[in-house]
Ligand binder design. Structure first.
Ligand SMILES: C[S@@+](CC[C@H](N)C(=O)[O-])C[C@H]1O[C@@H](n2cnc3c(N)ncnc32)[C@H](O)[C@@H]1O
Length: 173
């Protein structure tokens, strides 16, 4: 996955299976980077917003967009006012390859719950520790079992699906 940030067709199929068609409902991609996951949500019919704290990421997301697509906003999801988001609640909140880098994971998840609509889905993609070989340069990208436990606590529905290295979580309040 590092060096290849596009969501694969297998990843897109899992996403579609777990979040369903958008039908114009709002979706939020947190830490969108160049926006690959946000564009997949847009293709599913979600009215999608991609946010990132890095100006370069938002510029790259805008540059790679041709025609209709998500809206892009410069925003730090962990510290900025969530009231600045375009919608008060989202049918899907998505987060791919970001959770690993979040210092206060419980606080991050609290903020996800604040913007997730009732019955909505939190779609999170992350690597897991131990899935790469010991000499793999990217082996540090995986989250620990304790970090996975923090992630999956306090949801009424916890769905998981595995890609070759990353795991996808579909979490519902
Ligand atoms: C490893 S990249 C993943 C990008 C994209 N989600 C993907 O799958 O290709 C992590 C991204 O998360 C962004 N990010 C990290 N913490 C963030 C935060 N608190 N708020 C918004 N963006 C954040 C970084 O700027 C970076 O663009």
């Amino acid at each position: 996955m590092p060096g290849d940030r596009e969501v694969t067709s297998a990843g897109a199929t899992l996403l579609a299976d777990h979040v369903g068609p958008g039908r114009g409902r709002p979706a939020l991609d947190t830490g969108t980077g160049e926006g690959s996951l946000a564009r997949r949500l847009h293709q599913l019919g979600y009215r999608t917003t991609g946010i990132d704290l890095a100006p370069g990421a938002i510029a790259a997301a805008r540059d790679t967009q041709h025609g209709e697509g998500p809206a892009w906003h410069l925003m730090d999801f962990t510290s900025d006012d969530l009231g600045a988001l375009p919608d008060p609640a989202y049918a899907v909140v998505a987060c791919r390859l970001v959770y690993r880098w979040t210092d206060d994971k419980a606080a991050f998840l609290d903020r996800v719950r604040q913007v997730l609509a009732p019955g909505g889905t939190f779609w999170l993609v992350t690597e897991l520790a131990g899935r790469r070989q010991a000499d793999d340069l990217y082996r540090h990208l995986g989250i620990s079992p304790a970090e996975a436990e923090i992630l999956t606590a306090c949801w009424s529905v916890v769905g998981t699906a595995d890609l070759d290295v990353p795991r996808c979580y579909a979490l519902r309040p």
